[in-house]
Ligand binder design. Structure first.
Ligand SMILES: [Cu+2]
Length: 662
């Protein structure tokens, strides 16, 4: 809470210093236009394709395909809606090919043709098939076309309390031939809803889960193994290019990059999306091929996030033949969970959304929005490049050189995640990354951050915060942070100290210093008692079991206890996500949830429980299919207390009432 106060004081100071310039908002640069959808259509987007005649084709999780006319809302401003196909099984991908559409249902790719040109598909033809187990989590995605015309599909793992591959090729990416043939390409996939081309190479995005410490994007070459071993069950099958077996994968909790140094075929991620800091569930991505129609980021990548209803921006570079780069925040505030993105003919972006069963910060059940660049230049870190002795940042417009040369304008940290069977990972091995020098370019467009090369760590995310930098108009960066995943360190000429604009004054020896962590919440405390107190000789007065259900809910919305009574709560996490249970004073659940969200890098080690007098009792984060019991004496003061999950993104939905009566 102190930090929040401090930040707002600082920004107040900024305002008075530059009274005439209003702080910039994302909306000033990228505007959201919502497409009005008729009330009788459940437009839960699964797939989207932009047609050359201007229409937008959309498949829905309800099994329909809609043709949306005038999606740009020109003329009378009204889009039109025509149902093209129906009766399909959750088609999560749609590819327009001129004469036909290919869509992916749970168990097959289906070809849809409108043979008599009446605007409705009359031919539904099975194009490629695979077996199903019947598990609800067997989502199937695609096809996605590569620039060379090749097509890809991916098959989600089953969920049985952990990821499993209960039928053939689950957890794989497959190439789909023109003749409907399926050729396995790579495995280790868990929930691969976003995939396709970046500069002709194949990438896919992954969600946090078992064996996946945090969201990530991985470059998939033939025979690669991306990390979740369930799909390796099929690596001995005919046609498999993957050589690894499940037994080859150690479950040690070392960083994935380190394990990949000795397990040949295991592919470290191109970039990590630090969980809860930039999103919680990556989905679709698109390379910016608009040549500037969408703003200053041509050639970069935009990545959707289901749970946080945001789009992030990813800037990649290839160093020593390996892709890596930076994730930046880009645009928040979408209406539902983002699953699909497609470029409009005018260089705007259609964003297809749905949240049923998956939950999202955006409150609507579904929606389609168009993201349009206003033509105004946002002040952003445009690119970050690896250097032999640090990083070089290029900006979208010139910096104020005085603030850019100030060592206090920057803060760098590095950290990584555990590679293990457990669901998700805390942030581990966090270190401050000390600066040695700063070089600001003559034109103010570049800043080189010079470090002692020994502090760069391969396989780690390097957080670059440039909170103090101002543009020439006195405004700060629209987004002050970038997260660079360093797989390779670029060669080249280091900067000599004589060229420094600023030589950073050495403070204490930071170089090997692990960030001084707040006392971790993982140990039992007065607010988290996990063993029954010895003084409770007759046991608890009341035992209450609370579970979780999909869609960010506790399975009971109200519990009753007597004031001052001894209570045991058994918290069972039956869902497939991480949750906690935090009991708060009356009317404070939202504030506590928001404080949990704002813990930033410290959040995971604190179990997202903020230090606050409003927090009375709490559990730690509980993994899927795990349980934790807490013991406490109910408040003496009767009233309506609350319980809430403070895992980021959950608190606004995941709440209940704890009624304390006399
Ligand atoms: Cu939760």
């Amino acid at each position: 809470m102190k930090n929040i106060l401090l930040t707002s004081l600082i920004s107040l100071g900024c305002l008075s210093a530059h009274a005439q310039s209003k702080p910039n908002k994302e909306d000033d640069f990228y505007r959201l236009v919502t497409i009005p959808i008729p009330e009788n259509i459940k437009m839960e987007i699964g797939g989207m394709s932009v047609l050359p005649d201007g229409r937008l084709a959309a498949s829905t999780r309800r099994g329909e395909v809609w043709m949306i006319g005038n999606p740009y809302m020109k003329g009378d401003g009204k889009p039109s809606f025509n149902r093209f196909a129906s009766g399909l099984h959750e088609p999560l991908g749609l590819l327009y090919r001129g004469k036909d559409f290919l869509i992916t249902q749970r168990g097959e790719v289906t070809r849809l043709v409108d043979t008599d040109n009446d605007g409705v598909a009359d031919l539904y033809e099975s194009f490629a098939k695979w077996p199903l187990s019947g598990n609800y989590h067997q989502y199937s995605y695609g096809p996605v076309a590569m620039p060379n015309g090749e097509m890809l599909v991916t098959l989600n793992l089953d969920w049985v309390g952990r990821g499993a591959s209960q039928s053939k090729w689950r957890g794989w990416m497959l190439k789909l031939g023109e003749d409907g043939s399926l050729t396995p390409w790579a495995t280790g996939l868990r929930s691969p809803s976003g995939f396709g081309s970046y500069r002709g190479d194949i990438f896919y995005t992954e969600n946090q889960g078992d064996w996946v410490g945090s969201g990530r994007m991985t470059h998939l070459e033939k025979g690669d193994f991306a990390g979740n071993p369930a799909g390796l069950r099929w690596s001995k099958e005919e046609g498999s290019p993957v050589k690894l077996s499940p037994g080859d994968i150690p479950n040690t909790g070392e960083p994935l990059y380190d394990v990949a140094q000795r397990v040949k075929g295991l592919k470290p991620p191109t970039v990590w999306f630090p969980h809860t800091i930039v999103g919680i569930s990556t989905s679709d991505f698109k390379e910016d091929v608009t040549n500037g129609a969408f703003g200053p980021f041509a050639g970069q990548m935009f990545v959707g996030d289901q749970g946080h209803s945001i789009i992030t921006r990813v800037d990649l570079e290839k160093v020593n033949g390996v892709w890596q780069g930076t994730v930046f925040p880009f645009r928040e505030g979408f209406m539902s969970g983002i699953i699909r993105m497609a470029w409009g003919l005018d260089g705007s972006m259609f964003v297809g959304q749905t949240s049923r069963g998956w939950s999202a910060t955006g409150k609507e059940d579904f929606g389609i929005q168009r993201l349009v660049w206003t033509g105004k230049m946002p002040f952003e870190m445009k690119t970050v490049r690896s250097m032999p002795d640090g990083f070089e940042i290029t900006f979208t417009s010139p910096v104020d050189k005085k603030t850019a040369a100030d060592q206090d304008s920057y803060k760098l940290n590095s950290f990584t995640y555990k590679y293990h069977q457990t669901y998700g990972s805390p942030i581990i091995n966090t270190r401050e990354v000390p600066l040695k020098g700063i070089v600001v370019s003559e034109d103010g467009m570049k800043v080189r951050l010079v470090l002692d090369p020994a502090v760069l760590r391969k396989g780690y995310v390097h957080e670059i915060k440039a909170e103090g930098i101002k543009g020439t108009d006195g405004n700060p960066l629209l987004h002050v942070s970038g997260y660079y995943t360093l797989n390779e360190i670029a060669s080249g000429t280091p900067v000599s100290s004589s060229q420094f604009t600023t030589t950073v004054k050495a403070t204490a020896d930071h170089s090997n210093h692990t960030m001084s962590a707040e006392p971790a919440n993982s140990a039992p405390s007065a607010k988290r008692v996990t063993e029954m107190p010895a003084s409770w000789t007759n046991g608890p007065d009341q035992v209450i079991t609370i579970g979780t259900v999909p869609g960010l809910k506790f399975d009971i919305s109200e519990i009753q206890v007597k004031a001052g009574s001894r209570v045991k709560i058994i918290f069972n996490n039956n869902d497939d996500m991480l949750h906690n249970l935090v009991i708060t004073k009356p009317g404070t659940a939202n504030a506590v949830g928001e404080a949990g969200l704002n813990l930033g890098l410290k959040g995971s080690e604190m179990n997202y429980v903020p230090k606050s007098n409003d927090v009375l009792f709490h559990s730690n984060i509980v993994e899927p299919e795990k349980s934790e019991s807490i013991y406490f004496v109910a408040p003496k003061q009767p009233g309506t207390y609350q319980y809430v999950c403070t895992f980021p993104g959950h608190y606004s939905l995941m709440q209940g009432k704890l009624k304390v009566s006399k």
